[in-house]
Design a protein around this ligand. Structure first.
Ligand SMILES: Cc1cc2nc3c(=O)[nH]c(=O)nc-3n(C[C@H](O)[C@H](O)[C@H](O)COP(=O)(O)O)c2cc1C
Length: 80
């Protein structure tokens, strides 16, 4: 599961999936974290459009996973 504003973290997640999917018996499913920024802020900060093919994760999705890799960017020293 990841959060990405400008695609760098998403690119890392896609590459991780490519690598880990090569492990026998393991399947990686990509999810994004819920967007917390308003549409206005997203427009002002020129955030990249999101790929609708990657769903937003739910608590139920998390419970199905045997393992979770987290990916998120740093913004002013913190992630909220
Ligand atoms: C507003 C803003 C604040 C940032 N603050 C930090 C920071 O405090 N520390 C850091 O290491 N990187 C910081 N960065 C860099 C991002 O974490 C980094 O570019 C990240 O790869 C962006 O990921 P994304 O392209 O998936 O959104 C900041 C970037 C932005 C746009």
């Amino acid at each position: 599961m990841f959060y990405s504003m400008y695609g760098h973290v998403e690119g890392l997640a896609r590459r991780l999936k490519k690598g880990v999917d090569g492990v026998e018996g393991v399947e990686v499913v990509l999810y994004r974290m819920l967007e917390m920024l308003s549409a206005e802020i997203l427009q002002q900060t020129r955030v990249s459009p999101k790929d609708d093919g990657i769903p937003v994760i739910t608590a139920e999705d998390l419970a199905l996973a045997d393992g979770v890799l987290f990916g998120f960017l740093m913004r002013w020293g913190q992630h909220r």
